[in-house]
Design a protein around this ligand. Structure first.
Ligand code: SF4
Ligand code: SF4
Length: 185
């Protein structure tokens, strides 16, 4: 059932908003004087000139790692894109000239607008080829296209990885491991 309320009939003073405007000016003036002469409690950060420090736990956006010979470590196995719950990794694979390396990615693109930064791609990768420890924050952009991080961007943050390539059979590693255990990274 509808509830009836008594509407306040505004008088001339209320309708002029003079009292409320005066209260607003007084509040702003008080805050201005406080920050100018007294306690500096300005909460606004002059971004991008000033930036708040990131917590040490912050890891940052994705990067692709390289081998010692400066080649991309990724072997385009698609495990990261399969594990990605946001379906935001696009990889196009090609045959590698080196017969010891089956494939490499000609295209490797992450749509950072879809990415939820869960880290599943990093965990799924058997080659330590993708990491999320760049320490770089994803910046806002004017277009959606600019939020797609391609191979060049990802390799621009590249780090060297000397981990054993996943799935690689090495007799001396195998001798110390039980059947069914994976090769250590
Ligand atoms: S962090 Fe998660 S959502 Fe983002 S690309 Fe990796 S798996 Fe996909
Ligand atoms: S899981 Fe690793 S090696 Fe496989 S496609 Fe992704 S980044 Fe490349």
């Amino acid at each position: 059932m509808a509830k009836l309320t008594n509407r306040i009939q505004p008088d001339m003073i209320m309708q002029s908003y003079l009292v409320e405007a005066f209260k607003g000016v007084a509040l702003v003036t008080r805050q201005f004087a406080r920050n100018l002469f007294g306690r500096k409690d300005i909460v606004t950060v002059q971004y991008p000139e000033d930036r708040r420090p990131y917590t040490p736990r912050f890891r940052g956006k994705h990067l692709l790692t390289k081998r010692a010979d400066d080649q991309v470590r990724c072997v385009a196995c698609m495990l990261c894109s399969t594990a990605c719950p946001a379906n935001c990794i696009t990889i196009v694979a090609a045959e590698h000239q080196d017969k010891d390396i089956e494939k490499y990615p000609t295209t490797f693109e992450i749509d950072l607008l879809k990415c939820i930064y869960c880290g599943f791609c990093e965990e799924a990768c058997p080659c330590d080829a993708i990491r999320m420890d760049s320490g770089v924050h994803t910046l806002p952009t004017l277009t959606r296209r600019d939020q797609k991080s391609g191979k060049i961007d990802l390799l621009g943050l590249a780090k060297l990885s000397t981990s054993a390539q996943g799935g690689e059979f090495r007799a001396h590693d195998h001798a110390g491991t039980q059947h069914g255990q994976s090769t250590p990274h």
